[in-house]
Every structure is written in C-alpha cells, then in structure tokens.
Design a protein around this ligand. Structure first.
Ligand code: SAH
Ligand code: SF4
Length: 409
C-alpha cells in the first residue's frame, strides 16, 4: 500500500474530525453490465458499435434480462440476436460482486461479505450486505461506502480505516446479488393484468456501511436503478435512506432521490450528540431538525424515522425521552429505538430492557409509534452498527469476546 492510502485525520476549525476517503474505484478490464443505469448501458453499447438508432430498444431488452429476470449469462438473453450476444460477451461480463462469505443467523438473517475490486491491483475491498426476513416483508440493508469517513463513537463501522465510495452500479448490484442468493427472480413473464409476484426482497434500507449522503450521486443513481418499475421495481416508498445528519444534502435527497428518510439522532443535546455523532459539531441539532421539517412530501402517512440508539446511562433517562418528544414537535415522525449492539472494544453498554420499555412508553404516550428495533443477526455481527468488513479482520479473541456478549445479552 502506498502512503496515500494511510488514514489521514483532518482537524476542521469546528473541531469536527473526519477521516478522508482514501481509495478510488478501479474498473476491471472487462466491465460488468450489472447495476448500470439506462444511460450507462447505452454508453456501453455505443462503445462496442451498436448503432444509435438501435440503442434504445437494446437497452430496454437488456434491462429486462438484467433486472426482471436476473440473467447471469448473455445466452439467456434470447430476445437479442446470437451475434449481439456474442459481441457483448466479448466485451462485458454479467458479474455480480463476489461473495467472499455467507453467514446465516439462527434468526434467518443472512449476511454476505462482498468483494469489490481494489485500486490498481491492491487488495480487494469488502462491504457487507444483510438480508432480514420478517413476516410481512424482507428487508435488504445495503452499504454505500467501504467503511465510513465519520466516526460515531458507538459504531463499529466508524472504526474501519479503509474507505472508498461505492459506485452506483455497486450499490444497485447488491440488490441483484441478494435476488440471486434468495432465488428471488421472476422466472416467467407474468400474464398481462395479473398481480406482480411477491418478492422476498421487498424493502431496502441504506443502513449498511457508510454515510450515504457523503456519496450522494452514486447513491442517487444506484437507487434509481433499484426503484425503476420495469426492473428491480422496489418503489421509493419502500426505500429508506439513513443519514447521520449531512444537513446540506438532506434537501437534495428530497429533491433528487425521493426515498423515505431516517435520521440518526441518538441524543437530545448538542453536548452529547457532539460526542456520539461528531458530525453534529458541523451540523448541530437545530439545523438538522430544520432540514427535516423542510423535507418534501412529509405527512402523517410519510414520516421521517428518527433513530435513537439506547446506551445505558448515556442517553436513556426518562428526561431524555421527554426532551426527545419536545424536540420533534411538529415534525411528522416515527421514533425507532435501537438497542445498542455491542462490538469488541466498545465502551458502551445496551440499556436495560426495563429502561428501554419505560423510555418507549414516554414516547408512545406522546403520540409516537415507538417500535423497538429487534436486534437481528447479532450472532453473526450483522446487526446495526456491527458491520465491519474483513478488510480488517476480527481477531479470534475479538470473535470470542463478541460471542460471549451475544450470549449474555
Ligand atoms: N451512516 C448512516 C447509515 C448507516 S448506520 C447513519 O449513521 O445513519 C445505520 C444505523 O445504525 C444508524 O442509525 C446508526 O446510528 C446505527 N448504529 C450504528 N452503530 C450501532 C450500534 N452499535 N448499535 C445499534 N445501532 C447502531
Ligand atoms: Fe458512519 Fe453511520 Fe457508523 Fe456514524 S453510525 S460511523 S455515520 S456508518
């Protein structure tokens, strides 16, 4: 590794400390078409000499095979001529991100460690993607960055040094990969007028590794592929983007992405939030909530989710709960209480269950739905904030410590 890849910390005048993105995406010699937008597909076809007058139709056909049928081989694309299929296979692949490891939790949660190309022959980069089956839905938690440039004190991902932004195609291809692994593709064309088949992956949360609003364009373009009604077709109402509070990009997300919004609030005073979510020093609570108030399309049916991690003795008093409901007054909001998921080396503990219940009651009595997020996949380190790819592997000792924590929880 070159010295440019070493983590460099920059001290901002505000006191906000951010790690710089360190690496860039390096395209492989023979690129994959998977995850590309219509525009990018069209440009790829242009490069291999498909005449302009044919491109629109060809893109439409390829789109169908890529995102409705999940084709893994150009030969499956029977609406294209044999010659074109052969030409495409000469220049492109249909590769998905490679699965370096798959883990299945005792609760059915699945975690995939995905391997993405590194820079200039360096070691590959790894991100995690988690599938959480529930009775009425199946939620895929996808990543936007390798690691995260921010360092929230309670988050495992934030301790990972190596950082790069995922490309739009890498973001969308996590959904393609999940559909492959779960056998969740439409195999035959649905008869006209019939209800679309129910899909295992019905919802997306951008709550994996990384801060999505610090990789704005790629997240926007990747989610547009995911939401496209002729393909993967997961509507924007079923996509939730979670941010730690990158205020200037919240309005932009409303205008250009249009998904549901979740905000990682976690504290009711700037003093505490500065410590838990250091980005708060740059964008304090008042500015963050102002941006939330102005998020387009809010109504009682379309609320912002405020995430609040329950940290024992830190932010979990009933006075905090009361301050929380005061703070959110006037914003169509849901409050999602997240039991803290421990990781090796953390100084925090999860609040006691009785305390979480009392906190939740205060929130509920103030008129908010206050679901407590059931921790899923803790045994495989797949729960919120536990994601940290093997780019920095856990030592055997850390793994044992973690297992002990999961058992005593
Ligand atoms: N970077 C974005 C999205 C990824 S984190 C964000 O911060 O919002 C997804 C959610 O998990 C966030 O609400 C985050 O604060 C929370 N989280 C992080 N570490 C956690 C932990 N150890 N236990 C519980 N929740 C955690
Ligand atoms: Fe990054 Fe979100 Fe973790 Fe904070 S909580 S370090 S923003 S991934």
């Amino acid at each position: 590794m070159t010295t440019s890849l070493t983590a460099i910390k920059t001290q901002r005048p505000t006191g906000f400390v951010e790690k710089r993105p360190l690496e860039r995406y390096a395209a492989p010699a023979k690129p994959s078409l998977v995850g590309l937008s219509r525009e990018a597909l069209s440009a790829s076809l242009a490069r291999v000499g498909v005449p302009e007058r044919q491109r629109r139709m060809r893109v439409q056909q390829i789109w169908h095979w890529l995102y409705l049928r999940g084709a893994q081989n150009f030969d499956e694309m029977t609406t294209l001529s044999k010659d074109l299929r052969a030409e495409l296979a000469r220049h492109f692949t249909l590769d998905r991100p490679a699965v370096a490891a798959e883990q299945i939790s005792i609760d059915g949660t699945r975690k995939w460690l995905l391997r993405l190309p590194g820079e200039h022959g360096d070691a590959p980069h790894e991100v995690e993607c988690v599938y959480i089956p529930e009775t009425d839905r199946g939620t895929l938690c996808i990543s936007s960055q390798v690691g995260c440039t921010l360092n929230c004190s309670f988050c495992h991902t934030g301790t990972q040094r190596l950082v790069r932004n995922l490309t739009a195609a890498e973001i969308a291809s996590q959904v393609v990969l999940a559909r492959d692994r779960l056998n969740d593709w439409q195999r035959v064309a649905a008869p006209a007028g019939s209800e679309p088949e129910k899909r295992l992956v019905s919802n997306i949360v951008m709550m994996g590794m990384g801060e999505p609003l610090y990789n704005f364009e790629a997240v926007r373009d990747g989610l547009a592929v995911v939401a496209d009604g002729d393909g993967l077709s997961i509507s924007k109402r079923r996509i939730t983007l979670s941010t730690s509070g990158v205020v200037p990009n919240i309005a932009r997300a409303g205008a250009e992405i249009g998904s549901m919004l979740a905000v990682s609030l976690h504290a009711v005073t700037d003093e505490l939030r500065d410590e838990l979510v250091p980005l708060n020093r740059k964008y304090p609570i008042r500015e963050l909530l102002e941006a939330c108030r102005n998020y387009p399309g809010l109504s009682n049916a379309r609320r912002i989710t405020f995430e609040y991690v329950m940290l024992k003795g830190v932010n979990d008093s009933l006075a905090d709960a009361k301050a929380l409901v005061r703070l959110l007054k006037g914003i169509p909001a849901k409050i999602n209480l997240i039991p803290f998921n421990p990781w090796p080396g953390t100084k925090y503990e999860c609040s006691d269950w009785e305390q979480i219940e009392k906190f939740s009651e205060v929130v509920f009595d103030a008129g908010y739905a206050s679901p407590v997020r059931t921790p899923r996949g803790r045994d495989i380190l797949a729960a919120c904030g536990q994601l940290k790819s093997a780019t920095e592997k856990l030592s055997a000792r850390e793994r044992l410590a973690l297992r002990a924590m999961a058992v005593t929880d």
